[in-house]
Ligand binder design. Structure first.
Ligand code: GLP
Length: 247
């Protein structure tokens, strides 16, 4: 897997935003897969800044990776609101092109099937941006004895609920126990994947993602199978990678 190490989060965000902006200019109806979490916040800031006046979001289609079960789109802690706050309200995106899983759908299994069909109908994901959990999860594909292939309902680990507590006023008890998430095959079918990780907390899972064995106990390790996957990290997240030099 190609690995690029950047001096700091800002340099990484600027470079990835530049690439995404170029990709939108080249393919105005590009299909993007997008993550939430603290990591992409700087990227989204940069993306809104760099695309302003240079690249229109009007035809861009997006699919977010995951959403909490039981949290309506209008709830301030929903991933949908996160995306509105950090990206969508700052760009000229068309609401009908922004796709989210609905964690309040009456039939959650049907909702997962609807999402898969919508991704297919859009022609598949051209560029999937990913963050990574400290336990190696991508989307909400948590470590375990097996991984789900397609969009599914998932029970969150305590570790993941703790790292999402910030969205719920710091109270882990308020973080839902379940979520809906794209599956491993949904993610791996994207034409191009960029995983972003910053900070020393991610150094261990980044090392295992790139150099470790493929294991369901570290879902991100399966990115090694993808023909066009890249890992973009800052120096701190690269701390355990041998011979990594930053740019
Ligand atoms: C959540 C999301 C993941 C994200 C992870 C990392 O669990 N479901 O998609 O990668 O958080 O979050 P952070 O960037 O805040 O470390």
């Amino acid at each position: 897997m190609q690995t690029s190490v950047f001096e700091d989060q800002g340099a990484l965000a600027r470079e990835l935003a530049r690439r995404i902006t170029d990709a939108i200019r080249q393919s105005p109806a590009i299909v993007l897969g997008l993550p939430t979490g603290r990591t992409p916040i700087k990227l989204y800031d940069e993306l809104a800044r760099q695309t302003a006046g240079r690249a229109s979001w009007a035809r861009v289609r997006t699919f977010n990776l995951d959403e909490f079960v039981g949290i309506p789109a209008s709830h301030p802690s929903s991933y949908r609101q996160f995306m509105e706050q950090h990206l969508f309200r700052h760009v000229d995106a068309a609401p009908e092109h922004l796709n989210f899983l609905d964690g309040t759908a009456p039939d959650l299994e049907a909702e997962c099937r609807r999402y898969e069909a919508a991704i297919d109908a859009a022609g598949g994901i051209d560029l999937q941006i990913l963050g990574i959990g400290t336990n190696g999860h991508i989307g909400f594909n948590e470590p375990g004895p097996e991984l789900a292939a397609r969009t599914h309902r998932v029970t969150l680990t305590h570790e993941t609920r703790v790292s999402n507590a910030g969205l719920f006023g710091g109270n882990v008890e308020q973080v839902p126990v379940e979520a809906l998430s794209m599956g491993m095959a949904t993610i791996l079918h994207a034409r191009r994947i960029v995983l972003v990780a910053t900070g020393g907390r991610k150094a261990s899972c980044v090392q295992q993602t790139i150099n470790g064995p493929l294991t369901t106990m570290l879902p991100a390790s399966f990115l090694q199978l993808h023909p066009d996957a890249e890992v973009m990290v800052d120096r701190e997240a690269a701390a355990r990678l041998e011979g990594a030099t930053s740019r």
